[in-house]
Structure formats: C-alpha cells, structure tokens
Design a protein around this ligand. Sequence first.
Ligand code: UD1
Length: 426
Amino acid sequence: MDRFRITGGAALSGEVTVSGAKNAALPILCASLLSAEPLVLSNVPRLRDVGTMKKLLAQMGTRIETMQMQPDGQEQLRLVSDAMTHLQAPYELVKTMRASVLVLGPMLARFGEALVSLPGGCAIGQRPVDQHIKGLAAMGAEIQIEHGYIKAQAKRLRGARIVTDMVTVTGTENLMMAAVLAEGTTVIDNAAREPEVVDLADCLIKMGARIEGAGTDRIVIHGVDRLGGAQHQVMADRIEAGTFLCAVAATGGDVMVRHASAQTMGATLEKLREAGVLLSESNEGIRVTAHSRPKAFNFRTAPFPGLATDMQAQLMAVAAIAQGTSIIAETIFENRFMHVQELRRLGAQIEVDGHTAIVQGVPALSGARVMATDLRASAGLVIAGLVASGETEIDRIYHLDRGYDRMEEKLRAIGAQVTRIEETAT
Ligand code: UD1
C-alpha cells in the first residue's frame, strides 16, 4: 500500500489546475447506458473511482475507448453501450465504490431489468440506498432484495411524483436517469441541488432528455422514447479546488487554482474569507493568497448550497492551526470524524461531542505517522502534513487516489515536499 511522505513547512506558490469532477464523471459515465449511440466525454479525471466505473461498464458490455489524452492529463473517452451482454453490477465492484449503484436507474430504464449488489457498509456512515429503491418503485419497478442484490424489473417505467425523505445526491441522479426514458412526467421533490446533478442533467439534455429545474429542489423530467449520442465536458472538481485553497490557507502562500469555479464553491469560499484568506475570482479560476495564521471559523455541513461534507476534513485541518476555537458540525454522515484521531497525533487539539467537533487552534503542528481512513479524511491529513514541522507519513493513500488526480505531483509543482512511497501489499 502506497504512502505519502511530506516534509511540512513550505509556503505554496505558483499555479495548479483542477481536474474534472469525480462526482460528476461517475454519473455521467453511467448515462452512456441510456443510449446505443456514442457518448464522448472530455475532462474525465484519471482516478481510481473512474477506473472502477469503467471496469463495471465494460463488464456489462459498454465499449470504452480512450480517444486522446488531453494536454492537462485528463482523458477524452468514447463510450458505446449498443450491445450489452451482462446487466449486472457485482458485489466485487460495488463494495469498492458505492457510486456503482448509479447503473441501476439507467439499466432499468433502458433494458427493463437490473441486478445490482447492495453497497453494504461504508467507513463514514451507513449510507443506505432506500431512497433510490423507493423512487424506482414509485415509477412502477418491481424490486426485490435477494442474496444481497437489488433485483429490479419493469416493462417500462412510468412517470411519478417522488418526494425523497432526505436530500440525496446519487439518489436524485439515479432517479433522474431512470425518469428520462419513462413514460410520462416525473417530478422529483426535495431533489439535490449539487452542481454535479446539474452537470449530469446538462449531459442528458444533450442526449435528448427533457429535464427542467436541475439545480433547484424540484426537477421535472418528461420521459422520451429514446436518447441519442452526445459530447460533453465534465465540470471542474469543486472539492479538489477547495482542497488546494485550504492547503494554501494552512501553509500560507499565493497560488492560482485554475478552473476553480466560485459559482460552485460559495460556502467554502465564505469560510476561507472568514478565516482571513484572500480570494480573487476570475474567468481563469481562483487566486488564493494567505500571509498570516488563519482565524477560527464555525460551520455545519449541509446539502448544496450549504457547506459540502466533502470539504469538512480539509477545513478542519485549517481550523486546527487557526487562532481561536472553531466549532464544526457534521450533519450529513454519522461517522465522518475519523480524521480527528489522526489530526490529534499531529498535535491538533480537537474534542468531539456527537456530531460536533470543537477545534482549539494551536500555533503549530508536528509531523508524525498517521493513517488515512477515507477519501476526504486523507486530504485533511495531507493539508495538516504540509503545515506540520518535520516529517509526516500518511499510510493507506489509496483512499486519496480514489478521488484526487496525481495530488502529489500537483502539490510538488506549487512547492510542497511530498513523495509517494510505493509498497507492495504486506
Ligand atoms: C454523494 C457524493 C459524496 C458526498 C455526498 C454528500 C457522489 C458519487 N458522492 O454521495 O461524495 O459526500 O453525496 O454530499 O456523488 N441516504 C439515505 N438513503 C438513501 C440515500 C441517502 O438514508 O437512499 C442518506 C445517507 O446515508 C446520507 C445522506 O442521505 O446520510 C446523504 O447521502 P447522499 O447524498 O445520498 O450521498 P451519496 O449520493 O452517496
């Protein structure tokens, strides 16, 4: 298992370019299941999760061709789902990536059947998929849970009014993809408003879908008989962008984060400004400048446009070295404070009381060996390692590779001392 060795203390400066968004690329790759015609996607990030999704689609029969490697290292892919052989998502793939459940809606809508493994437990919380199932059942699907699999069938899905019990991002995406080929109109109320939902809707509309209201909490989908091919550029990753902003907020420095879009990052930018970080937005991206120790700030995670739970660990790393006490409440996932123990090993003073973390900022952290526990927790530890004195080693960096494209290379290019130590499994 690979690990990172970081020598902390260097201020960051220069330019870094944000990759395509993991959480937009994954559902958009699944959208190729909705049509027999080619879907050409650019700005697809090179990530482990994207690799897993490609593997899943390929074993179902989708032909995937890498058309070109773009100059910035992103891929352009051509997907053709015209001769599907295997309408199943097996446990072996779904257990490594919960987003695999995104094949359920499109498969059922186009082929009238799907067999998808239930995702099972996950480090940051229970994360059930009951809302996906409930919504598909409302559209007329017959669904059984058998031997750990969701077995769904429907001659043709019918439009329905669906009110989800909570805001669910992949739930909204799965139901939207199912509804585009249903007979009649579907209304999804309490829909997720995340920019990735909008990016998926944009791609589906290019394929011929009739969708209104993506980006609001009511999405209306008028079903069509078939979808065609399309070309689409995946949006920039707002979480990766936010991670670089937090890194500079913590270490100090001056960095242009190219392709970062302020429109999709409002709440994160607001918190960093409260912390005293200077941010200037332009068409090119966001320039971040930090010359003094950050100030404490409070936040609670919430669905978009609230503060993303996927930014919580990175902002906590900034709070760990801020002047004053920050209070952070995690409202989306029940077990998303695993990085706290590890940040403490670096000298952070953090108390957890239920869903709330009280972070008493300290003037400095000191390097130590720590362990990554999930994707965004790893990013928080990297930021803490960049600011800590001496050497920090982060084990189990494979979590980071699921969602960050060559993070160590990008960080090195802006002056960080990070090396990947490759190790074969022990
Ligand atoms: C997506 C993102 C993930 C992000 C999360 C919250 C992708 C691929 N992943 O995950 O990075 O952290 O949104 O912004 O886009 N829930 C249920 N039943 C359901 C569905 C969800 O109880 O059927 C609960 C979950 O347990 C969680 C909350 O709803 O507490 C939100 O989860 P959800 O938005 O569905 O997260 P994901 O879509 O899995």
